[in-house]
Ligand binder design. Structure first.
Ligand code: KIV
Ligand code: ZN
Length: 526
């Protein structure tokens, strides 16, 4: 069923449109490879989002392929490709989403005076023509077409009404009014939807959609104000990733709708217990950990530290808890397994945590589990998740980590002896550095020089509590316009660091080989 028919059937149904893989992914440092995008798409589909904006197919061959592959695996959600108001863009989107059972083309053009004059250098009449042409051309590929007025919140009302009416006449079934620069306030943004509903004669033939950026920290409030004033689609991203300060965070929007259903009586199909897993998976992929006090998914979001709060919680959880940790899929750290746990126990645990590994992946996981269990007495669910998420090295990787010995401490020099396999040849070096991490990275650079790449991010966090906790290390490398991130976990922080670095470097080498550098995307990105 098309989303417009879903909303016609139930006027309080709100369509959840996830753009983590498009608006989120195009922000600096958040780029994902095909495998990672597929993993996210599967989880989003499983969580119950209605629409997955899978990418911007014209941007590069890699983007096209990602949308196309996502279109093949998504079971329930509508798969959407973004396009400028250009035939080539729309054709690329149309072609890439073809395998999807339910597919959408999303086409956009700027409508604000500022954007039309300086960015597009087009007159309002030419923009109106383009709205008509792009939407009607999109209808050749699918009957589910979304049209967006880029910088809509700063567009003159009369002109916005004309554009919206034209887009609907041309066949758009969703009309999105983005607050592209995160400038609107909730009252103002809500009033915009009220205005459109009152003034556009054919408005009942389309769903109105909100798309809010968070430059003033108002993205979620603005999104909810839009819905309260008649919008029935919310565009959002996991962890709120996106351009500049990001987009409205899906988890915040959804939990606000659920927790304040008394004021916001709108329905959606999201399984909220999947939120934590999605948030953590995305952080693992991008290396963007959320701040500890981030609503819903931050490490402290359900922690009650002060004495007064703890006392209240013990008497009645509702004194300080407006939603339960379980409702977002957060359970207390559970003792999962021990050294002697066998492969069946491990398979059951993986299943319980929502993972299914193939035979080879399981074998590799089992080996790494045993290695960890030798070092760490108690293995928690979080440890198991970190081990699975720390993907096994792929067979075709150019560089493989073999071993590391480090000399650290207050009496220098700090040195690292590292052994790597480079295209099958074993290479070993010893390097001195400014501390053990620096020495380790220096040794990797010496074995496989990559002078153009710089370390953009190095981040360590403990997976569980205690001094024997696994360290999860994220490394992000930048080479010109290309960035790659990788995460690795180990009970030894330095081993995790070396493995994360090697993995990020392998990804960079793969990107170098592809003929679709990020620059190609940047040239066309909205
Ligand atoms: O923020 C924005 O205006 C966008 C559009 C391309 C929908 O992301
Ligand atoms: Zn946007």
């Amino acid at each position: 069923m098309r989303t417009i028919d879903m909303v016609k059937e139930n006027k309080d149904r709100v369509i959840i449109f996830d753009t983590t893989l498009r608006d989120g992914e195009q922000s600096p440092g958040c780029s994902m490879n095909l495998e990672e995008k597929l993993k996210m798409a599967r989880l989003l589909d499983d969580m119950g989002v209605d629409v997955i904006e899978a990418g911007f197919p014209i941007a590069s061959k890699g983007d096209f392929e990602a949308v196309n592959e996502i279109a093949k695996i998504v079971k329930n959600a509508v798969v959407c490709g973004l396009s400028r108001a250009k035939k080539a863009d729309i054709e690329a989107s149309g072609e890439s989403i073809k395998p999807a059972e339910r597919r959408r083309i999303h086409t956009f053009i700027s409508t604000s005076p500022l954007h039309m004059k300086h960015k597009l250098q087009m007159t309002p009449e030419a923009v109106l023509d383009s709205v008509h042409e792009s939407v009607s051309f999109s209808r050749n590929f699918t009957d589910d077409v979304e049209w967006s007025a880029e910088d809509g919140s700063r567009t003159e009302h009369d002109f916005l009404c004309r554009c919206v009416e034209t887009a609907i006449k041309a066949g758009a079934t969703t009309i999105n009014i983005p607050d592209t620069v995160g400038y609107a306030t909730p009252e103002e943004y809500g009033a915009l939807f009220d205005m459109l509903i009152n003034r556009v004669p054919n408005i009942d033939q389309a769903i109105l959609s909100v798309h809010c950026h968070n430059d003033l920290g108002l993205a979620v409030a603005n999104s909810l104000a839009g819905v309260a004033n008649g919008a029935r689609q919310i565009e959002c991203t996991i962890n709120g990733i996106g351009e500049r300060a990001g987009n409205a965070a899906l988890e915040e929007v959804i939990m606000a709708l659920r927790t304040r259903a008394d004021l916001l009586p709108y329905q959606n199909e999201i399984d909220t217990t999947k939120i934590t897993k999605l948030s953590r998976t995305l952080s693992g992929i991008t290396g963007f950990n959320v701040q500890p006090n981030k609503a819903i998914v931050g490490a402290n979001a359900f922690a009650h530290a002060s004495g007064i709060h703890q006392d209240g919680m013990l008497k009645n959880a509702q004194t300080y808890e407006i939603m339960t940790p379980e409702s977002v899929g957060l359970s207390e750290s559970k003792l999962a397994l021990q050294k002697h746990s066998g492969s069946n126990a491990l398979k059951n645990k993986l299943k319980e945590l929502g993972y299914e590994l193939g035979d080879n992946a399981f074998k590799d996981f089992f080996t790494r589990f045993k290695e960890l269990a030798d070092k760490k007495k108690e293995i928690y669910d979080e440890d198991v998740i970190a081990l699975v998420e720390d993907a096994a090295p792929e067979t075709e990787e150019v560089i493989k980590f073999v071993s590391l010995q480090v000399h650290a401490g207050s009496k220098g020099p700090q040195t690292a002896d590292i052994v790597l396999l480079v295209e099958g040849d074993e290479k070993a070096v010893t390097c001195e550095g400014n501390g053990p991490v620096d020495a380790t990275f220096c040794a990797i650079r010496e074995i496989y020089p990559h002078p153009e790449a710089e370390l953009e991010l190095y981040q360590v966090h403990a997976v569980t509590q205690g001094t024997d906790a696994q360290a999860e290390v994220t490394v992000r490398l930048r080479e010109g316009e290309r960035t790659t991130s990788a995460t690795a976990a180990s009970a030894d922080t330095l081993v995790a660091s070396a493995r994360a670095y090697v993995s990020a470097l392998n990804k960079l080498l793969r990107k170098r080989d592809s003929k679709n550098p990020q620059t190609a995307r940047d040239e066309v990105n909205p």
